[in-house]
Design a protein. Structure first.
Length: 97
């Protein structure tokens, strides 16, 4: 069995797995110590209400916590990237340091 076949979830064809969107997600330090971002296929995304507040070294600069709804809104660099994307530019976070 190839490495690709081993990394594909059971019952999910490799073609379908590759054709789905991949999301860049902030990793919670409790799940991935020392990690910043993980790339997750759409079918592997799950809503986890226990993950709030997110423990990530990037959360404070990228996300605005909304305690009432136990969720986040984008702030700073993400909002700027969204504005650039609306103008037809690629979505990317720019480090202004």
């Amino acid at each position: 069995m190839s490495q690709e076949e081993l990394s594909t979830p059971p019952g999910f064809g490799l073609e379908n797995y590759r054709s789905q969107p991949i999301y860049a997600c902030l990793a919670d330090e409790r799940d991935f110590p020392g990690s910043g971002i993980v790339f997750v296929p759409e079918t592997d995304l799950v809503c986890d209400e226990e993950a709030y507040p997110l423990q990530s070294k990037f959360a404070e600069s990228l996300l605005d916590p909304q305690d009432l709804i136990r969720a986040y809104l984008p702030k700073g660099p993400i909002r700027e990237a969204m504005q650039r994307q609306q103008l037809g530019m690629p979505f990317m976070i720019v480090d202004n340091c």
